[in-house]
Design a protein around this ligand. Structure first.
Ligand code: ADP
Ligand SMILES: N[C@@H](CCOP(=O)(O)O)C(=O)O
Length: 320
C-alpha cells in the first residue's frame, strides 16, 4: 500500500526542474535557418511544465517558445497542430504554431519532435478573480464554437472508459479511497444515458494553462490532452480549478464563468442537469492520473518532473 502525503494547497506540489532534453546554441541557430524569423539573440530553458522540454527563444524579430516533445510522436502531433492552426484562424486566444519557409510547423531537433510557438504575453494568475473566470468562460465558449467546423478526431485517453477500467486496479489506493472512488464511478454511469454534446475539448484547462497580461487573457497553452469528449467536461474542469479558494467553491466565480460561456454556446437542459456529475468525472480523472504519476515517480525515482497532489482531488470529491 502506498501512503501519499496530504496536501491541501496546490502550490505544495512536487515541483522540480522540467527540461529533459538540453539543446545548444549552435543547434538552435541552425534550427532557426528553416524559418523567416530573424537571427537568434538568446534562449533559456523553462522550468515549469511536466511533459515536454520548453525554451524561451528571442530572435531579432520576436519572442517564441520552442517545445521538444518528450512523449508525443510525429504521428500524434498533427492533430494538435491542425487544431492550433484552426483556432488561430478563428481568432481564438491560443499560441500560434509557427510555420517554416516550406509551410511546416512540425520539425525535429535533438532527435525529438519540435515545434516553435508564438510566445504569449504575461503569466498565469495565482488567485483567479470573478473577471478572470468570466474571460475564461467566454474563451472556452469560443473554442467550442470554433471546433464544430473541424473534422479531426482523437479519443480521450483519460475519459470515462479509462476511469471505469481502473475499477479493477486499485491496489494503489487505501480502502476508504477505494470505496469513494467506486461509489463515484457508479454515479458516473448515469452519464452514458444522457444526451450530451461532444466535440474537441482542451481537457486540461487549469489556471496554470492560461496566461494573462494586465488582467486580460492573452491565450491558452498546453493543448496536448485535447481530444473528442463531452464539451461540458471542459467547463467542469475549469470550474473545479478556477472557481475556488482551497476547498471552498466561490459561487460568484462559477456563475460568471457559466454566464460568459453561454454568451457563446448555450448549455442544453441535459448539460445543466449533468453539471455536478461532470465535475465529479473531472475530479476523478485528475485524482487517478495524479496518483498514477506519483506511483510512477516513486517506482522510477524520477527527479526531473513536476507532479501535482492527488489528495487535493480526493478532498474536492468529498465536497462535491
Ligand atoms: N506559448 C507560450 N507563451 C508563453 N509562455 C509559454 C508558452 N508555452 C509555454 N509557456 C510557458 O512554459 C511553461 C510550461 O509549458 P507547458 O505547456 O505547461 O509544459 P508541459 O507541456 O511540459 O506541461 C508554462 O507554464 C508557461 O510559463
Ligand atoms: N493539469 C494536470 C497535470 C497536467 O500538467 P500540465 O502542466 O501539462 O498542465 C493536473 O492538474 O493534474
Amino acid at each position: 500500500m502506498l501512503l501519499l502525503p496530504f496536501f491541501d494547497d496546490s502550490d505544495e506540489n512536487l515541483n522540480l526542474m522540467s527540461v529533459f532534453t538540453p539543446i545548444t546554441e549552435a543547434q538552435l541557430h541552425e534550427f532557426l535557418f528553416r524559418y523567416s524569423l530573424g537571427q537568434l539573440i538568446s534562449f533559456s530553458g523553462i522550468e515549469a511544465g511536466t511533459d515536454n522540454s520548453n525554451f524561451f527563444v528571442t530572435t531579432t524579430q520576436g519572442e517564441y517558445v520552442l517545445t521538444l516533445f518528450e512523449n508525443l510522436t510525429d504521428r500524434e502531433l498533427p492533430f494538435f497542430l491542425n487544431l492550433g492552426d484552426h483556432l488561430k484562424a478563428r481568432n481564438c486566444k491560443i499560441a500560434q504554431p509557427m510555420h517554416d519557409k516550406a509551410g511546416d510547423a512540425l520539425q525535429v531537433l535533438a532527435d525529438k519532435p519540435a515545434v516553435l510557438f508564438e510566445k504569449l504575453a504575461g503569466r498565469h494568475v495565482v488567485v483567479p478573480s470573478q473577471d478572470h473566470c468570466s474571460q475564461m468562460g467566454r474563451a472556452m465558449g469560443e473554442f467550442h464554437t470554433a471546433v464544430q467546423e473541424l473534422s479531426i478526431e482523437r479519443r480521450n485517453p483519460f475519459g470515462l472508459n479509462w476511469l471505469m477500467a481502473h475499477r479493477q486496479y486499485q491496489h494503489w489506493m487505501e480502502t476508504e479511497d477505494h470505496e469513494l472512488f467506486n461509489k463515484t464511478l457508479d454515479q458516473l454511469e448515469q452519464l452514458n444515458d444522457m444526451d450530451l454534446p461532444t466535440g474537441i475539448i482542451h481537457a486540461d484547462l487549469f489556471h496554470d494553462n492560461a496566461l494573462f497580461k494586465d488582467d486580460h487573457l492573452s491565450g491558452v497553452i498546453d493543448w496536448y490532452f485535447a481530444c473528442n469528449d463531452y464539451l461540458l467536461l471542459d467547463l467542469a474542469i475549469m470550474i473545479n480549478d478556477w472557481c475556488r479558494h482551497g476547498l471552498t467553491f466561490d459561487q460568484n466565480r462559477i456563475d460568471a464563468m457559466i454566464h460568459s460561456y453561454q454568451s457563446k454556446r448555450r448549455l442544453t437542459a441535459d448539460e445543466r442537469r449533468a453539471m455536478v456529475l461532470m465535475r465529479k468525472l473531472a475530479v476523478c480523472r485528475f485524482w487517478l492520473s495524479r496518483t498514477l504519476a506519483w506511483n510512477d515517480l516513486k517506482d522510477r525515482q524520477l527527479e526531473q518532473v513536476t507532479v501535482k497532489s492527488p489528495n487535493e482531488m480526493k478532498a474536492l470529491l468529498k465536497i462535491l
